[in-house]
Design a protein around this ligand. Structure first.
Ligand SMILES: [Zn+2]
Length: 367
């Protein structure tokens, strides 16, 4: 949920070119029993067809009038995706290879996601101001949520479904106040009933154990909806150390609660994207990655903090440690995690904004 400086420069991506792209469209034959014909067409022509279909066959309650219309809309939506996906390379260059929703670094699996979904707002799908990068779990969850709650689509850009992640920064009293917080929870019993927030001292212990390879993080399975920190094989083999008990640990993302001054409530986006889902679908490792980022960020913070506590550190050594931290940030993403862990470090917000391309400098966080 990084404030992205999306509008400051013109895009080389052109919606006119995207709409002019050629697509091969299968048109059902008028003859009974004949197979559909492959016809050369343009993305723009499919957009017009979808607009017409929406006007005729999509009722205000948020449903298609029949199965045939539903299938046709899905086919047209798929085809017009060929147009706006042309913006992918430029978006990655401008904002870095990070999912705009969950913030994970996804160097190879990103695609363009129209914030207002293409299937219902086909013309808006080509506006660069409507395009963000998303990982496939976030896209899938968003699509599923919007399909389930199509009746509220009219307010997708409003407070009900505030799907522009970076807009939560608008009007925040201070750039250091995050639209929502990431909070680390621990649960000895493994269930969420006895979970408790991890104290800073406890977090230090966990980081120390993580650093020594005494446990690892796994995304929970459906039957075990949690993140599990298990003693790693290396930890089990270590002689002279008591094998730590398996610890169940979950990282929850919590909305700061209530509507934000600039409008919207991030809880809506958290729910839409299912960011708190601990039992990911196969391939959905967002919670696991976020928890790893948290532990790595705490580790990094702890190292720098201990340098400062020991006494005036060697300048070069400190600069090296900061440089390593910065490289890790670029590699992991998770802006919000780093921002929160280093929230009391002077100048860190601006440094972080400079590290990740396309981040708006803090005065613009009020945009
Ligand atoms: Zn994502």
């Amino acid at each position: 949920m990084r404030p992205i400086d999306q509008d400051s420069q013109a895009f080389a991506y052109s919606s006119v070119d995207a709409l002019a792209r050629e697509v091969i469209s299968l048109v059902p034959s008028t003859e009974e029993g004949e197979p559909p014909k492959a016809v050369k067409s343009t993305v723009g022509a499919q957009v017009e067809r979808l607009e017409t279909l929406l006007a005729a066959s999509f009722d205000p309650g948020g449903k298609w009038t029949g199965a045939k219309e539903t299938a046709e809309a899905a086919r047209l939506t798929e085809l017009i995706g060929d147009g706006y996906q042309a913006a992918a390379g430029e978006l990655i260059d401008r904002t870095g290879p990070y999912c705009a929703y969950c913030e994970a670094a996804e160097p190879t699996g990103l695609s363009v996601d129209p914030v207002k979904p293409a299937g219902l707002f086909p013309k808006d799908a080509f506006d660069p101001a409507n395009l963000l990068l998303a990982c496939s779990p976030c896209r899938d969850r968003k699509r599923a949520y919007l399909t389930r709650t199509a009746g509220s689509l009219a307010s997708i850009d409003g407070p009900v479904l505030p799907s522009w992640p970076h807009r939560y920064w608008k009007g925040l009293p201070s750039p250091s106040r995050l639209p929502f917080r990431h909070r680390l929870y621990e649960s000895r019993g493994g269930g969420s009933a006895d979970r408790r927030p991890v104290s800073i001292d406890r977090a230090r212990q966990l980081v120390a154990a993580y650093r020594q390879g005494r446990f690892d993080v796994e995304q929970g399975a459906r039957s075990s909806p949690r993140l599990v920190l298990r003693p790693s094989p290396a930890g089990r083999r270590a002689r002279g150390t008591k094998t730590p008990n398996p610890v169940s640990l979950a990282a929850w993302v919590e909305a700061e609660g209530g509507p934000l001054p600039g409008g919207g409530d991030p809880q809506g986006m958290i729910d839409m994207l299912d960011l708190n889902c601990l039992a990911g679908n196969p391939g959905d490792r967002r919670q696991e990655m976020r928890t790893r980022a948290w532990l790595v960020a705490l580790d990094s913070w702890e190292r720098l903090d201990s340098m400062d506590r020991i006494g005036a550190p060697d300048e070069d050594l400190r600069a090296t440690a900061e440089g390593l931290r910065d490289q890790t940030i670029r590699a992991t993403g998770f802006w919000g995690v780093w921002l929160q862990v280093f929230r009391d470090t002077p100048g860190f917000q601006q440094r972080l904004a400079g590290l990740l391309p396309g981040t708006a400098p803090s005065p613009l966080w009020e945009m």
